[in-house]
Design a protein. Structure first.
Length: 623
């Protein structure tokens, strides 16, 4: 059946002969360094007026990484480590930011928090997200609970899905074929297929988009095995959205998504081959609306998500949950120097555990931004967290910065003090495994200080120091029951970033992260990490990208022993290459993506498979 499915996908790829682009044709111009950032304040600010180190992954950068997942692209940014992103397609073991854990990173899609209440850490599964449906990503590092609420303790990953075309009708199709192989099994069989198609347009005041995507891999085993055992992964996703410009100042957008995952996996306790399977279905509908008046905008973002999963293993189980999210806020420009936001965020999580359990958060919040004419900028806010189980708690942030203009750029000094608050989720309180209804919320405080220098929109260099303290963090006792640890976690580190356009056709980017976490064993968090990339426009129609990543030494837990022991993991480095070329008046684009060019052997997660050299080829067509 797997072979027939693969052949069907390959036939579809060959018959259509295309890979797609959902947006306007690729511009081969270098990346503009004078970015506009939105996520840290919800206002469009020049980067020099923002007091945060916001990372913007543009649609152009995503196109230069065609064939990679969103997790792979995010993993190249400073301060972030996504364990499992270099392994089998269906393996993600955690999104770690600034020495924190996955539940301290908040995922936002189109302005709405997303999370699965039935999962143990209530995280959003990035495997549900097709890169073909993403327009751009902004990453706020550091505590951002004032604007985004619970879980936004170490980072917010703000994902914006594709936009509708301004033309009456536009067709975009995306497809690629590739290998899915380990270092020791370089057979170059086609084992990975990815397809996406969308149609969108604008008819006067009405806009629409309908999209479909699928990914299938069948080349790797979940765990390291001596044989040729394989654990396939598939994702099928459908998207639909409609928008209407009711008046010049009032618009509304409705959207929906349905995604199904099917992921085979092996026995992780003991690391033995097993015919296990995890099936997950997500249904999500939402509304986005804004009304603009003379000095401000009223915004409504609301969504309902339903999750249904089945674990077919030695301990079979089913998981059902849903959540409602409403974020209503008013953005008001007092003048061209002073901006304010007043909002109300309501969240209701529900999960079918032993019985149906639910919790509700009702959070009013306020934030203000001041941009002076002499260089001082201040971003400050407050949120009152009202939880149905834990009562009221206050979080706040103060984020001053000072920008000094030079003849050809600016120098910026920034600082930040922020608190965050993470309540235990339903599974930790009432689930079948390790639940403890007496858990207390985690509290987190973050201090940042940094410097940024920009010249002629061609060079930007920044350095930042961060220090975090976690109290009441949730861990396990010797019986695998969730508990609040008595000790605190102290994490600190340094992030260095540079972006340089030495030539009109050349962009060089590099970042380095040093992270130190004290208080527990800090598994899977590298102390040192380096990412570099070189993008070069060979001609008006051809561009290339070479990227290098060094992941430093770290440790992992060996769950085959009891009690578990920590095992040191060696550092490793990987080189990836991308080549893109336009044909047919820039409508058709061919590309080649080579991962792990030198076929480097390495361990990412103890006992689990990693990818060797792999090749993906495809093309993109937009009509």
């Amino acid at each position: 059946m797997n072979k027939r499915f693969l052949c069907l996908c390959a036939t579809a790829w060959l018959s259509t002969g295309l890979v797609a682009q959902t947006r306007q044709n690729d511009s081969l111009s270098v990346q503009e360094l004078e970015e506009v950032v939105v996520s840290d304040s919800r206002f469009r600010l020049k980067r020099e007026n923002s007091g945060k180190t916001v990372i913007k992954i543009t649609s152009q950068e995503l196109r230069q990484n065609q064939g990679k997942s969103i997790a792979e692209v995010i993993n190249t940014k400073s301060g972030l480590e996504i364990a499992g992103s270099r392994g089998r397609e269906g393996a993600i073991f955690g999104v770690f930011a600034r020495g924190g854990r996955g539940r301290q990173v908040l995922i936002v899609i189109d302005g709405v928090r997303v999370s699965d209440p039935s999962s143990f850490s209530s995280e959003y599964d990035l495997r549900l997200l097709s890169s073909a449906n993403v327009e751009s990503v902004e990453i706020i590092k550091g505590a951002a609970s004032t604007l985004y609420g619970t879980n936004a303790a170490t980072a917010v990953i703000n994902i914006v899905t594709r936009k509708t075309s301004k033309r009456k009708i536009a067709l975009a199709v995306e497809s690629s074929l590739g290998t899915d192989q380990t270092v020791d099994n370089q057979n170059y069989n086609i084992s990975r297929v990815s397809n996406a198609v969308s149609m969108s347009g604008t008819l006067t005041d009405f806009s629409y988009l309908v999209g479909f995507s699928n990914t299938y891999t069948d080349g790797l085993s979940a765990i390291v095995t001596p044989g040729n055992e394989r654990d396939p992964f598939s994702r099928v996703s459908t998207d639909i959205q409609f928008g209407y410009q009711i008046t010049k100042s009032f618009q509304i957008r409705l959207y929906g998504n349905q995604t199904k995952l099917n992921n085979a996996f092996d026995e992780s306790f003991g690391l033995v081959d097993a015919p296990y399977e995890f099936i997950s279905r997500q249904h999500r509908v939402g509304l986005s609306s804004n009304y603009t008046y003379s000095k401000g905008t009223v915004v409504i973002n609301a969504a309902f998500s339903d999750y249904d999963a089945e674990n077919r293993s030695a301990f079979p189980d089913t998981f059902q949950s849903n959540n409602w999210v409403l974020d209503l806020y008013n953005k008001y420009n007092v003048n061209d120097r002073f901006y304010t936001i007043v909002g109300l965020n309501i969240i209701q999580d529900k999960a079918d555990l032993e019985v149906t359990e639910q919790m509700t958060l009702v959070d009013p919040y306020a934030n203000m931004v001041y941009v002076s004419d002499f260089g001082l900028n201040v971003n400050a806010g407050i949120r009152v967290n009202n939880h149905s189980e834990y009562g009221t708690h206050l979080v706040y942030n103060v984020n001053p910065s000072f920008s000094l203009k030079t003849d050809n750029g600016y120098v910026k000094v920034l600082g930040s003090y922020a608190t965050s608050y993470i309540t235990p989720n339903l599974t930790q309180l009432y689930g079948a495994f390790g639940a403890n209804p007496d858990l207390e919320p985690e509290e987190n405080r973050t201090i940042e200080g940094g410097l940024e220098y920009s010249v002629d929109k061609k060079l930007r260099v920044s350095t930042l120091y961060f220090s975090r303290k976690e109290e009441n963090f949730i861990t396990f006792d010797q019986n695998f029951i969730s508990i609040n640890a008595e000790n605190t976690i102290d994490a600190q580190g340094v992030e260095l970033e540079t972006n340089w356009n030495p030539l009109k056709a050349l962009t060089i980017a590099a970042n380095y992260t040093f992270t130190e976490r004290k208080g527990d064993n800090a598994i899977r968090i590298p102390k040192h990490k380096i990412n570099t990339s070189l993008a070069y426009r060979i001609s008006d129609r051809t561009n290339a990208l070479v990227s290098y990543t060094l992941t430093g030494e770290r440790s992992d837990s060996d769950f085959r022993s009891f009690p578990t022991i920590d095992v040191p993991l060696d550092s490793f480095s990987l080189v990836d290459v991308y080549l893109g070329h336009f044909l047919l008046a820039d409508k058709l684009k061919l590309f080649l993506n080579v991962n792990n060019l030198f076929n480097q052997a390495y361990t990412e997660v103890l006992g689990f498979t990693t990818r060797g050299r792999n090749v993906r080829v495809g093309c993109s067509l937009s009509l």
